[in-house]
Design a protein around this ligand. Structure first.
Ligand code: TYD
Length: 227
């Protein structure tokens, strides 16, 4: 019997308000992939998420913030992402390691070399097969955000600009494929652009992933998405 081919991991990234959660869900549905997210997709992550995102809690230093994101990711890889990939299932994650490099690195100013080690250790070397970056001007993204800003969003424009610029640099310097998409169109337009690029990158593999092919159940239970 042939060994089950390993699944593919696609990360969807962008600044808050970029529309990446919508697009991650649509891409997962097109691929018949497991849809998951960071931070918060596991029981441990669910406990960490409010600590990381709710305002008016006890202060978190920048290094502690990076470590908590890494703890969430380690659990996520061990419990959700790794087992799915081992089963041959494709996984779309709404945020992954690049969020740490963009937010804690470019945004908060932590040293890149240290973060690279942290990310490598937390992921146990599980690298995305592709990262989709939804890029749009910071003022447009901020105007699309609803409700009260969370602890990360409270960093304001200057912080968001550093994160956005960090993402562009990561995309330019990456060794694995990054797909940068202009996020300023309608959700349908952005979805179409992402699908065109993803299906071009993975070819028939991505198309096999559509529907019930490739052993990927369309109805794989996914953890609840953040609001
Ligand atoms: P997200 O769930 O995308 O926010 P929302 O529910 O508003 O769509 O992400 C939560 C926040 O966590 C976001 O501001 C980015 C931040 N974050 C980091 O700073 N580092 C990380 O490694 C991750 C995964 C997220």
């Amino acid at each position: 019997m042939r060994a089950q081919p390993r699944g593919r991991l696609i990360a969807v990234e962008g600044i808050d308000g970029s529309g990446k959660s919508t697009q991650a869900a649509r891409l997962a549905s097109r691929l018949g992939a497991v849809l998951t997210f960071e931070p918060g997709a596991t029981a441990l992550g669910g406990a960490l998420r409010p600590v990381l995102l709710e305002r008016h809690r006890s202060p978190i230093t920048v290094r502690a913030e990076a470590l908590l994101m890494a703890a969430d990711r380690a659990q996520h890889v061990d419990e959700v992402i790794g087992p799915a990939l081992d089963r041959g299932t494709w996984v779309v994650t709404d945020r992954y390691s690049a969020s740490t490099l963009a937010y804690q690195g470019y945004g908060r100013g932590l040293d890149r070399a240290g973060l690279d080690l942290l990310v490598e250790w937390a992921t146990d070397g599980v690298v995305p097969d592709a990262t989709v970056l939804i890029d749009l001007p910071v003022d447009v993204a901020v105007s699309r955000r609803g409700g009260e800003p969370d602890r990360m969003e409270a960093g304001g424009y200057a912080f968001a600009r550093r994160v956005a610029e960090g993402y562009r640099r990561l995309a330019d310097g990456a060794s694995e494929p990054w797909i940068t998409i202009d996020g300023s169109g309608t959700a349908d337009q952005v979805e179409g652009c992402i699908w065109e690029r993803v299906s071009r990158l993975f070819g028939s593999e991505a198309l096999r992933g559509t529907g019930a092919g490739n052993g990927i159940p369309r109805s794989t239970p996914s953890p609840p998405l953040p609001s």
